[in-house]
Design a protein around this ligand. Structure first.
Ligand code: S3P
Length: 204
């Protein structure tokens, strides 16, 4: 697959993946970045690298609010860069972040059932919000608060259902084709614009 050609003066597209913990933002984000020929950026990893501490350490030392401060700073730094961003599930918790994400396009919400997500993250000590707790109960509480925010920020919601990674990636790419089509006709209302996807999108 040829890499995407990004030209000077052409508006570009840099997808951001959002959704609850365990929904596949990182794994699908990596595949998507590879397909698009651009770099993958995991926002949590970016924060960890910058802080020189793990996520559990940041939560333990600075609390969740301290982590959210770093997350907002990180989002501000990377949003709009030529990368596919996998955000942390709680990135929508700050109004400032929601405003940034709303102004950005395309933002893709990977939505899965809470039972599925709970099965994936139960027992993961690297996720302080669920570590040592019943993941499903926590996810239910988070979903109540965050679903309206994800809905507000997302340009596209992928209902994963039984879709595996490959099928999810395919669906995201189909959406991006449509996005590009609309973008080229000036139908996408966004501060960002379209990217040169031709080399990729026409190579069926
Ligand atoms: C969080 C999700 C995590 C990480 C942190 C907080 C959340 O990222 O940012 O543990 O509030 O949902 P993932 O969604 O990649 O697990």
């Amino acid at each position: 697959m040829d890499p995407v050609i990004i030209e000077e003066g052409v508006c570009h597209m840099y997808p951001v993946l959002i959704g609850l913990m365990g929904c596949g933002k990182s794994s699908i984000g990596k595949l998507l970045a590879k397909e698009l020929g651009i770099t993958f950026l995991d926002l949590d990893h970016y924060i960890v690298e910058k802080a020189g501490r793990t996520i559990p350490e940041i939560f333990a030392e600075d609390g969740e609010e301290g982590f959210r401060d770093l997350e907002t700073e990180a989002l501000r730094e990377v949003l709009g860069s030529p990368v596919v961003i996998a955000s942390g599930g709680g990135v929508v918790m700050r109004e400032e972040n929601r405003v940034m994400l709303e102004a950005h396009s395309p933002v893709i919400w990977l939505k899965s059932s809470l039972h599925f997500l709970a099965g994936r993250i139960q027992g993961d000590e690297n996720r302080p919000l669920t570590a040592g707790r019943d993941a499903l109960t926590v996810l239910q509480q988070l979903a109540e608060i965050r679903y309206p925010y994800y809905t507000r920020c997302a340009d596209y919601i992928l209902h994963r259902g039984q879709m595996n990674k490959a099928a999810s990636l395919h669906a995201v790419i189909e959406y991006l084709k449509q996005w590009k089509y609309e973008c080229e006709r000036g139908e996408v209302l966004s501060q960002e614009s379209c990217m040169e996807l031709d080399s990729f999108l026409t190579a069926e």
